[in-house]
Design a protein around this ligand. Sequence first.
Ligand code: ADP
Length: 295
Amino acid sequence: MLQIRSLSKTYANGVHALKGIDLDIPRGMFGLLGPNGAGKSTLMRTIATLQDPDTGNIVLDGLDMLADKTAARRTLGYLPQEFGVYPKVSAEDMLDHFAVLKGVTARGERKELVQALLQQVNLWEVRKRKLGTFSGGMRQRFGIAQALIGQPSLIIVDEPTAGLDPAERNRFLNLLAEIGENTVVILSTHIVEDVTDLCPRFAIIATGQVRLSGEPHEAIRALDGRVWRKTVDKAELAAHEQAHSVLSTRLVAGQPVIHVLSDSTPGDGFAPIAADLEDVYFGELRKAAAPATEA
Ligand code: ADP
């Protein structure tokens, strides 16, 4: 269990990136969902002990991570948003190098470890290839291999699926799901489906605050009977946005389909629909953007 308490951070330029984050993150996949600028990377880097918060603490299975960073780093694996590699080095040699850095000094043990990791992330066949020739998905899987060195009990993955095509994304998420069971895995993302498909628990973060945390199906249940759909004319869109709590607008065959949050029917032509996690997410972002007018 990872416990985060009262974590706050203001950057030197005055941006208040984290405003008292409290989170309990159990073993398994945990989705941290939020728009760009929400503070996800700041939180991930702080948990990875790469930057200090102004206040607050982080405890992993009893270990105070900020007080003992050396011990913390031994128990964590991190795949940053911008994962830099040497483009001219082969996957195998680079992973071997990372293993040395992580303290796996015995040559035989390291060779076995590198082989096992390359097989686990499905890069064994391409192990001799230079990293610069890898696709985005291959690079991310390599990133997971390096994060798994040393059998970490906490793995932090920051926006891993952003640039991946659907097939690569699936492959990557399946890989994460396999390691999730005995490890705390935090997946930071702005893609709702990443969480829906994969995470038994999640939190929504916006403007440096936790807006919601729990189980996706519970959050969805809380919207039961309150989400309505209507296909509208483009010309009516602005008026609907004025009149209703519009959660989302999506073009379906060129025509806007809106989702509206309302305790009773919003009017003619609106049909009640089963809510999904995207409705939950957009509902929380709406509240975050308009705290004065909506409870
Ligand atoms: P996310 O990962 O959710 O997009 P970030 O943690 O990257 O969010 O950013 C949160 C806020 O902090 C943003 O307003 C961003 O511009 C700001 N920020 C992030 N890193 C720095 C930094 N090193 N210096 C100053 N401001 C930063």
